[in-house]
Write a protein that binds this ligand. Structure first.
Ligand SMILES: [Zn+2]
Length: 262
C-alpha cells in the first residue's frame, strides 16, 4: 500500500513530468474512484487547463489546476502514476488518462480500484475533511512528543491512525519501530522521553532515505527491516529471526531480540 515515501516519490515524479501542459483530453475509465464529484464535473474542470503545482499531505497527493482548485489522488491499496508519449507505455490498470496538447499522456493507475479521485477548492481542505494529523515528515519533535505521550494504545496503533499522524502505514511503521528498537505492542504511554526522541529521529531519517531510494526496498540499506521483511527471516542486526504478530489488526514484522517491550 502506498505510504508517505511512495506518495512523495509520486509527487516528485509529477513535478518532473506533467506540470504546465495544456490538457486536451480526459479519459476517466472508472467512475468508482470518484469521490464527491462526477465525471462531467471532472472533465469540465480539467479540459483546457494545466497542472501548475503539486502538494502532499500524508498519503494524499494534490495537483493544482490552473483555473483554480485541486485534483486530489489517493492510491488506496495499490497505485501508480505514469507519463509517456506512447499510450501503450502507461501502467496497466490505468483508470484516469489525461492527454496534453504535446501528445503526452498522464496516467493514474489503480489495480484494486480502492483509490480515490476528488476535486477540492483548496488542498488544505483535505486535512479537515479526512481529519488528518500532521504529516509525518513535517511534524516537529515537540509536537510528536506531545501527540505520542499519554496515548493508551500500542505505539503501532498510534501510527496506523491517520488522525494522529498522517503518512505512516503498516510497512514504514514497522520499519521505524524496528530501527528505534521499540516493540510494536508497547503502549505509547510507556515510552520514555528518550525513546520518543530516538523514535522521532529514526523516523525522520528513515523516511528521507526511503524517499531517496524511490520507495524501492531493493535500494534500501541491508540493515533495515524492509529488505528482510519475512517470517523467520534473518534479523540483520542480531542473530535472531524476524517474527510476525497481529498488532492493531495488522500483520506486524519485528525482531523480538532487538525490539524490547519495556
Ligand atoms: Zn534483531
Amino acid at each position: 500500500m502506498p505510504e508517505l515515501p511512495d506518495v512523495e516519490h509520486f509527487k516528485r515524479y509529477a513535478d518532473s513530468t506533467l506540470l504546465n501542459q495544456e490538457i486536451s483530453e480526459v479519459d476517466l475509465q472508472d467512475t468508482k474512484l470518484l469521490h464527491s464529484t462526477t465525471r462531467k464535473k471532472l472533465l469540465n474542470t480539467l479540459k483546457g487547463q494545466s497542472f501548475e503545482n503539486t502538494s502532499r499531505h500524508g498519503k494524499y497527493l494534490g495537483l493544482q489546476i490552473s483555473n483554480n482548485g485541486w485534483v486530489v489522488l489517493h492510491f488506496g491499496m495499490t497505485g501508480q502514476l505514469g507519463y509517456a508519449k506512447d499510450p501503450e507505455e502507461v501502467p496497466r490498470f490505468t483508470r484516469l488518462l489525461i492527454t496534453f496538447d504535446n501528445d503526452y499522456h498522464f496516467a493514474f493507475a489503480n489495480q484494486r480500484r480502492l483509490g480515490r479521485i476528488q476535486l477540492v477548492d483548496d488542498f488544505k481542505n483535505i486535512i479537515e475533511e479526512e481529519d488528518l494529523g500532521p504529516d509525518a515528515l513535517r511534524i516537529s519533535k515537540n509536537d510528536f512528543r506531545e501527540l505520542l505521550s499519554g496515548r493508551r494504545g500500542s505505539v503501532k496503533s498510534f501510527f496506523m491512525n491517520q488522525s494522529n499522524i498522517a503518512g505512516m502505514g503498516n510497512v514504514y511503521t514497522d520499519e521505524a519501530l524496528y530501527q528505534a528498537g521499540i516493540h510494536p505492542s508497547l503502549p505509547a504511554n510507556k515510552l520514555e522521553d528518550e525513546q520518543i526522541d530516538g523514535l522521532y529521529e529514526r523516523m525522520q531519517k528513515m523516511l528521507k532515505q526511503a524517499i531517496k531510494a524511490q520507495a524501492n526496498p531493493e535500494k534500501m540499506p541491508e540493515d533495515w527491516l524492509l529488505p528482510n521483511r519475512e517470517e523467520d527471516g534473518d534479523c540483520p542486526r542480531c542473530q535472531g529471526k524476524i517474527k510476525t504478530a497481529k498488532v492493531s489488526g495488522r500483520t506486524t514484522y519485528f525482531c523480538p531480540k532487538c525490539q524490547r517491550k519495556s
